[in-house]
Design a protein around this ligand. Sequence first.
Ligand code: SAM
Length: 307
Amino acid sequence: MGKTSKDKRDIYYRLAKEEGWRARSAYKLLQIDDQFKIIEGAKRVVDLCAAPGSWSQVLSRRLRPDQDPSVKIVAVDLQAMSPLPGVTQLQGDITSEVTANEIIAHFEGAHADVVVCDGAPDVTGIHDLDEYIQAQLLLAALNITTHVLKPNGAFVAKIFRGKDVSLLFMQLQLFFKHVSCAKPRASRNSSIEAFVVCQNYSPPDGYIPNMANPLLNPQSCPDFSQLGGINRAIVPFVVCGDLNCLDADKNYSLDELEDREYKQLEPTQAPIHPPYETALNMKKSGQACIPPLIDDVIIEEMVASDN
Ligand code: SAM
């Protein structure tokens, strides 16, 4: 029998109620920050995918914008959430450049010290699909972060430790000097969820932030042929051989190959010892009965094609 949401109520659920956090996930950010000290001293912080707001609460309680007016916290989510003291809410999509511009406008043109993202799509239960969508959301978060984060800033985001996680780590390492994978005690062991903690933002020289997404919005894409340097990370696809070359996907009749005289050729390499050699010899000597479908001709062909 599957677990009901009541069964899943653990000690952190209870603590969150007692201490007034909107969700138990507050403890994940608290534990990450205790370990990595990313929030302390920050003046401009962005909470991506913030609703219902427990991570924004952590930011607000640790940075005290009510006591220090130079601290600005922006929370972004597709959904509205109840107001929080010292937190400005933007209802928007993190995959949109409009949202990036709104964040920068709120910081009066300055860039953020820290961006956090606990974003998660609606889970389908199909693991491969969920991992893929989570990875896409993380890349969207990284994309908007490249617009709004200042050099040496920090980025924390949820990942699913699926089979392609090493690729994500390598992509993040292009933009940050230090990338760690954190598993807070408040995140259940049974969950493949973890968090990337990326410090010292330093994009490659000449990198131009770009929110174009060919899947979601083809019109937003620049003319890729105009991109150069680090912004054109495209592996060239080169066809070798001219158009008159023989085509490996085509069948040729002997008449078509006029310039080549056809003669039967022996195999370049005679068969060595195929695994079915014993069976073949037994069949030849009448010691074995091989079903009629696998007759000598087919076996001979198998031997030839093996070479
Ligand atoms: N960190 C939050 C907290 O502590 O209360 C919980 C975040 S919840 C797990 C994930 C959130 O991601 C949802 O509120 C969802 O609306 C948001 N989300 C998913 N895709 C988004 C997108 N493209 N843009 C903005 N928010 C998104």
